[in-house]
Design a protein around this ligand. Structure first.
Ligand code: SF4
Ligand code: SF4
Length: 143
């Protein structure tokens, strides 16, 4: 088949190329533009201290031993401090499912790369929220 025999295919390709030229880009200028993540994305956690009962069910549910609990560190009557090691966490969501007191949630924040493994250990200063309406708060970007 010569050149003229392939004309149909060539026109099909050109049509596709022109359509793509005038389409909006599908990429975004990350990290300068925030990406949209669905609400149920399993990203980094928030720990709602006033709802926590220090039951440690989240710690027991974690298959990779990524959560450390400190029952001595109290802000309220029954709560505890949690530390997450994100160099181990596989974002399976089992800890959030295990919490029967609505004290642990995922956020859609997944961009947490660090230059040092130690910096992936997020203590109570990064995980805790004192917000009493965590579900409203959930999903907002935080650092
Ligand atoms: S999301 Fe899974 S791996 Fe990560 S801390 Fe929770 S239970 Fe452990
Ligand atoms: S976050 Fe939930 S599961 Fe974990 S210790 Fe607190 S109440 Fe228990």
């Amino acid at each position: 088949m010569g050149f003229f025999g392939n004309l149909g295919e060539i026109f099909k390709i050109l049509k596709h190329v022109f359509r793509m030229i005038f389409k909006r880009p599908v990429t975004s200028l990350y990290p300068f533009e925030d990406r949209y993540y669905p609400e149920r994305t399993r990203g980094r956690h928030i720990h709602v201290r006033h709802a926590c009962t220090a039951c440690a069910q989240c710690v027991r549910a974690c298959p990779v031993v990524a959560i450390h609990i400190d029952k001595e560190d109290k802000m309220y009557e029954k709560d505890c401090a949690l530390t997450f090691d994100y160099s181990r966490c596989i974002f399976c969501g089992l800890c959030v499912q295990a919490c029967r007191f609505d004290a642990l949630f995922h956020t859609p924040v997944v961009d947490m790369s660090e230059g040092d493994r130690e910096d992936l250990i997020y203590g109570p200063d990064k995980i805790t929220t004192l917000d009493r309406e965590p579900l409203k708060w959930r999903g907002r970007r935080f650092r």
